[in-house]
Design a protein around this ligand. Structure first.
Ligand code: ATP
Length: 913
């Protein structure tokens, strides 16, 4: 460890052929050592060398972003129209058209900014971490804080956080596709290489951005940020999202088709109006422009994006960080959630409760990580020293262990694997701690780390007499296979496999997690531990039963999922009986058979397809079983969310419709393969993300249901007037005004709509369901016609009664706007009634939008300048009364329609309720 602060390192580390230097030389050059840098030194180096980050890709500047808003079919049409109106000398119309164009662009610009900032906030939540050794201790830090000279520990699943010269390597395999394009993993060592060795053959180096597939290592940071090989080719890794999702693309396509349809309709109207009805081409042209402007759903794609982005932000607040936007849509239609058990459905706070030795069964008191509690046999408190095999079991658990038990301000917590933490707590309860080097220390010479595919961990030590010991801990059936004898009070005895199996089943049936401990009093065949040393001749010491209670909130979330028509399946590496017992507590797979990974492995695809839906608990499952299960479920038409944390879970996560990685215990590899990361590793978070996913989809539907009929109403008014040779109730400039005043404000408020109560009582939405169902088309037509009748009807009535054209038109404009305002409230719930406090006031953005609309309409009606521009006129109270009555009528009719649909059971048949 370097405890003094170095000031003599150069400002810029010269590009060095680090691969040609031995680890010792590298350490010397970078003035570091096996204990890493001192914190103070690291801080100084950080100011000298900067953060270990690559420059983010250049974003489009605000000006360019604003200009790009004009690249939009509708705006092209409007700008073209403005040019023509200008050439005809209609300056006011030209002015209004241009104002509408600019306003549309501004609204688009603001909306896009909102979507982007919602996503930017999330990006920061996913910054990678690294395990660094500083002051001789392991620390988990933000990878951006690494400096040259830092010692970094790598384990499987890690993304290498900076360029490292490897110092110490254990079966390390790294996939370097990010750098070399080669997807086969490379076996690493600590050897030096010739200066001109290509990157892919420098076995003693680990490069930033590459992925640890297997094993572990320690390396010294030789380059950070832009100085790394990855930085030199200036490539950002896995730049997350882009804003296009299948649904948005569909909507975009729909909007474009609608636009072309409307352009066609406008052309037809123009021809009919001039040739058949004999209107002047100038008038007809202006009318057609108004028609186009009122009908093309210019805001649709933008508002959809905002809705999606806001949904993503809401999910992030609830700890579900969406990496890929399509996941939001998929979440809304998930039918099966396959979840890990440990830490997701359970609390991952392990406590050893039972120790089974060959001749004794010991109960351990106390819960949690606080190391207080007695050891008891048949209700009598004992000390471990009285029973040598018990003492050895506890020692094995403490030695064969990578976790640390810490006490901060009176609170005990574990750094590392909670299963191992539980063994340290057990050690502390029995008075065996290794925090200080003492005669208990039994220094570790080598270790085989725990990998879930092997289900064991082994360490090699020498005791205070320099005698060799190998300890192993792991899944009982795996450990029993390695053992020849067992340890009794009088030393080694013949192994009683039946006894251990019986004890395992007993404890597992109580929902306890199992761990077996064994030892061998010899040295490995070579100097270091090897998988060959693990095959036989071990002595079984004890079996531990570890409690990991289900999370309270997971129990409720599972219940919620069941109500929502979603099946929850538990896929765990744990013992089948433990899995079944925990499943029972969570109400997963009760009364149904459970399957083991081995059983899944021998099934053909067809059989697996048949049982996959029936079985809810899969135990002793390995990542490849997860993959087959996802595929089987998908083949039988399910939309699957699958959780995972290990490097080998990546294929299953990628294959699932929604791959969910654990944010806390998950590897970088799993996170990068996932669509969504759970910041708190909690199953309940998945359920709330499903809820949000459904809400987002609902909001998109609500927005469409709001926007299409309000555009449709205006179109119908104009077309009817042309066809029936009526005086136009809305002039082109007035139509544009309505769009300007309402399109940006009202509809957007629906993007903020919270999830409806009862949203989790519905069945999942069928994937690929059309956005516009028959019911939707009916609703759009109904509302359009009512708006048309209201505006046109009142307009004609007023003209008949001798009201001036200006006043009648002002009333028509206000009727359309007021109808939109009233209908906005209807749109809050697709089928539920909004006639309640919650329904009318539950979304304050709607109230704000309406509040913004009122002064605009008053200005439109009463301000002299507006009256000059738009030919509007002041209205009397009575006239306002009629305007409001039209809006209220639409509101009541829409509620009546919902009521009938609900009552007749049509909603259920349409899959809407
Ligand atoms: P899940 O897949 O639900 O997260 P899990 O965490 O129990 O389940 P694994 O981590 O694969 O699954 O563990 C499988 C088995 O390996 C456990 O039942 C236990 O017996 C054993 N085991 C778990 N952790 C360790 C460890 N750190 N050292 C040795 N053995 C372990």
């Amino acid at each position: 460890m370097t405890d003094r602060v170095n000031t003599d390192l150069p400002q810029q580390l010269s590009p060095t052929d680090w691969h040609t230097l031995t680890p010792g030389q590298v350490e010397q050059m970078l003035q570091t050592g096996r204990g890493g840098l001192a914190q103070e030194e690291a801080r100084q180096r950080l100011t000298k060398y900067g953060f270990n980050r690559l420059a983010p890709p250049k974003k489009r500047g605000p000006l360019l972003r604003f200009l790009l808003q004009f690249h939009n079919l509708l705006l092209y049409v409007m700008m073209g129209a403005a040019v023509i109106t200008a050439s005809l000398g209609y300056w006011i119309d030209t002015g209004v058209l241009m104002m509408a164009v600019v306003l549309n662009a501004i609204i688009g610009f603001i909306q896009e900014g909102k979507a982007e900032s919602a996503l930017d906030a999330i990006r920061d939540m996913l910054s990678p971490h690294a395990t660094v050794i500083r002051d001789g201790q392991h620390h988990d830090i933000d990878a951006g804080d690494l400096v040259p000279g830092d010692m970094v520990a790598l384990v499987s699943g890690d993304r290498v956080p900076a360029d490292l010269r490897l110092i110490n390597v254990r079966d390390l395999r790294i996939e370097e596709a990010a750098l070399t394009g080669e997807s086969l993993p490379v076996e690493k060592n600590t050897e030096t290489a010739e200066p001109d060795t290509p990157l892919g053959d420098r076995y003693g180096m680990a490069y930033s951005g590459t992925l640890v597939i297997y094993g572990k290592a320690v390396g010294v940071v030789v380059a950070t940020g832009a100085q790394t090989e990855l930085g030199k080719i200036n490539q950002m890794l896995s730049e997350i999202r882009n804003l296009a999702t299948p649904l948005l693309r569909k909507v975009d396509y729909f909007a474009r088709q609608l636009a072309f349809f409307i352009l066609g309709l406008s052309a037809l109207t123009f021809v009919l109006g001039t040739l058949w009805r004999g209107h002047s081409p100038q008038d007809m042209f202006m009318m057609v422009v108004a028609l186009t402007a009122s009908a093309i759903p210019e805001g649709l794609p933008a508002i959809m994006t905002v809705t999606l982005a806001l949904g993503v932000r809401r999910m992030a607040r609830r700890n579900a960080i969406v990496r890929l936007l399509p996941a939001v849509e998929a979440l809304g239609s998930v039918t099966v959630i396959c979840s890990d058990k440990t830490g997701t459905l359970t609390r991952n706070e392990m406590t050893v409760q039972r120790i089974i030795c060959a001749e004794h069964r010991v109960n351990v008191e106390g819960v949690g990580y606080e190391p207080s509690g007695e050891l008891c046999i048949d209700g009598r408190c004992i000390t471990a020293a009285e029973y040598p095999e018990l003492a050895l079991a506890i020692r094995a658990g403490v030695l064969c262990n990578d976790a640390r038990l810490l006490n901060e301000e009176g609170r005990w917590w574990v750094e590392g694997d909670p299963t191992e933490g539980a063994l340290l707590v057990l050690g502390a309860k029995a008075g065996l701690t290794l925090n200080e080097p003492n005669e208990n220390a039994w220094p570790r010479i080598d270790a085989i780390p725990f990998e879930s595919q092997h289900r064991f961990m082994a360490t090699y030590h020498c005791d205070s007499q320099q005698e060799p010991w190998i300890f192993v801990k792991g899944a009982p059936e795996r450990i029993l296979d390695m053992c020849r004898t067992q340890l009794g009070s009088n030393g080694e005895q013949e192994l009683d496999v039946d006894y251990w199996r019986r004890m395992s089943n007993d404890m597992a049936a109580q929902g306890l997690r199992l761990l077996a401990l064994a030892c061998k009093r010899s040295a490995p065949k070579s100097d270091l531990l090897d998988h060959n040393d693990m095959e036989s001749d071990f002595v079984m010491i004890a079996l531990l039963g570890i409690m990991d209670p289900p999370r309270e909130e997971a129990v409720q979330a599972v219940r919620e999922c069941h109500r929502a028509g979603i099946r929850v399946k538990m896929i765990t590496g744990d013992h089948v009986e433990t899995a079944r017992a925990i499943g029972e507590k969570l109400n997963i797979g009760v009364g149904k058979p459970a399957l083991t990974g081995a059983e899944v492995a021998v099934m053909d695809d067809e059989t697996l397809r048949n049982v996959a839906m029936e079985v809810d608990v899969f135990a002793r499952a390995a990542p490849e079983h997860k993959l087959r299960l996802v595929q089987a479920l998908q083949e039988s038409g399910q939309v699957v969310a699958m959780t995972g944390d290990g490097v080998n879970d990546a294929p299953a996560l990628k294959c699932a419709d929604v791959g969910v990685a654990m944010g806390m215990k998950g590897t970088e590899a799993a996170k990068e393969a996932s669509d969504m990361v759970l910041a708190d590793d909690n199953f309940a978070t998945i359920a709330s993300a499903v809820r949000e996913g459904r809400a987002v989809y609902d909001n998109l539907k609500k927005f469409i249901l709001f926007m299409l009929p309000t555009n449709g109403g205006e179109v119908l008014v104009v077309i009817a007037a042309i066809l029936f040779e009526l005086t136009l109730p809305l002039t082109p400039a007035q139509v544009l005004w309505i769009n300007m005043a309402t399109s940006g404000t009202l509809g957007l408020a629906l993007a903020f709509e919270p999830a409806e109560r009862g949203i989790m009582d519905r069945r999942p939405r069928p994937p690929g369901e059309a956005l516009l169902s028959g019911f939707f088309i009916w609703r759009v037509l109904m509302v359009s016609v009512i708006i048309m009748i209201g505006a046109l009807g009142v307009f004609l009535w007023e003209l008949n009664a001798g009201t001036s054209l200006e006043v009648a038109r002002t009333m028509a404009v206000n009727i359309v706007v007021v109808c939109e305002v009233f209908y906005l409230f209807n749109s809050r719930f697709i089928l539920k009634s909004v006639l309640s406090r919650e329904g009318l006031t539950g979304n304050r953005y709607i109230l704000l939008a309406v509040a913004a609309c009122i002064p605009l309409q008053l200005a439109y009606t009463y301000l002299p300048i507006m009256q000059t521009i738009f030919n509007s006129a002041s209205l009397s109270l009575l006239e306002w009364g009629k305007v409001l009555a039209a809006g209220l009528l639409l509101f009541l009719l829409a509620e009546l329609e919902k009521f009938i649909v609900r009552r007749t059971g049509l909603a259920a048949r349409l899959g809407l309720g």
